[in-house]
Design a protein around this ligand. Sequence first.
Ligand code: EPZ
Length: 418
Amino acid sequence: MSLILMEGGRRLSGAITVQGAKNSVLPILAATLLCGDICRIRRCPRLQDVETTMEILRHLGCRVWWESEDLLVDSSTVCCWEIPDQLMRKMRSSVIFLGAILSRCGQAKISYPGGCELGPRPIDLHLAALRQLGAQIEETGGSLCCYAEQMNGSELMLSLPSVGATENAILAACGAAGTTTIHNAAREPEIRDLQNFLCAMGADVHGAGSSTIHVVGKKRLHGCDHQVIADRIVAATYLSAAAGAGGDICLQEVDPGHFSTVTAALAQAGCRITCDETSVRLQSDRPLRGISLIRTSPYPGFPTDAQAVVMAALLRSQGTSVFVENMFENRYRHAAELRRMGADIRPEGRVAVVCGVPRLQAARVDSTDLRGGAALVVAGLQAEGITEVGEIHHIQRGYADIVGDLSRLGAVIRRENT
Ligand code: EPZ
């Protein structure tokens, strides 16, 4: 079993670049199936979820290999349309392959995806969109058998701006004859990144970043060379770490506009934030103030994925902070672990009240999910003593090198294999 150990009480300082975005690269890798050619994905983070995606692509018949920090996919030899259950269960974003495989092969067989246990994570919106485009989908015994002899463009209305459903609809629409319009689409930056990748392959997709996305399907596609955007949640994590522990850090090669609600919240808590086009500097040199209300909502609102790490930054603030988690039913699982360190957090349904405490104590804690695990690290950097974080496989799904990155910012942190 592996642990992450860190000694609290050190201020963070220095500058680092932030890894490529997990939630961009996963749908982009699924999209490589569409072109039947070679694609180069630059700034691809080395994550467990990327490894799983590589296994899926190879299972489908693709060649996949690293060249330094670039991941290359040759999808010219796709020969399979079925993803085994044990691969589907490893992450949520395996479901995004459904639209891509249907576009490429006209049929697909998958099971329900896995991913962080944040409450129910249905895929009804995904399936409704694909059915409206003309796919026949039979749900038998946990498997989804999908056939789409011919998909036709359609007017899709998403009842929720679901990120995954938007991405699945875009990928399926690329294989549909005619034009598809997706209404109430998710507006996350990762969807704009997917659009940019698809257009680099020769697809005709526009409107990403707004609530209405247009796709003209059946374009002849080809390989491309694409650099993934920076991971805005990893950036939010490191800013939260410096905010909580104190310090002066700079994150480079990021788009500050992608996480402006997080920097605004940290500024409200008393941090000094300065941005230019590609970097963000955070200075935190006094106890933080509580933040009266943080409500998570779809982009451009406050990201649900930053809720846990910002909460961890506020544990020693002078005052009370109130969180409302509107996106998932069970996304406070990290609270119980943080309370082991002396935090005063009271979850009640979708609301969590955080009362600042003067000190946190080091403890042996376990990650409950990806961002909850990162929150334990943010808290451990503030606690007196050496905190041990277990179940770090959750963290490794989304952070390429959280130990190395934080070490480069001055943290006393290491990974230990026991
Ligand atoms: C994506 O998940 C992200 N994952 C999540 O990041 C992120 O928290 C989430 O979007 C919201 O921003 C990836 O991109 C791989 P949704 P996704 O569909 O697509 C409900 C992380 O930490 N819903 O936008 O699964 C759903 O239950 C992860 O990096 C339906 O009801 O999220 C949720 O309440 C965690 N039916 C809400 O919509 C559906 O068919 C938003 O989910 C689909 C979703």
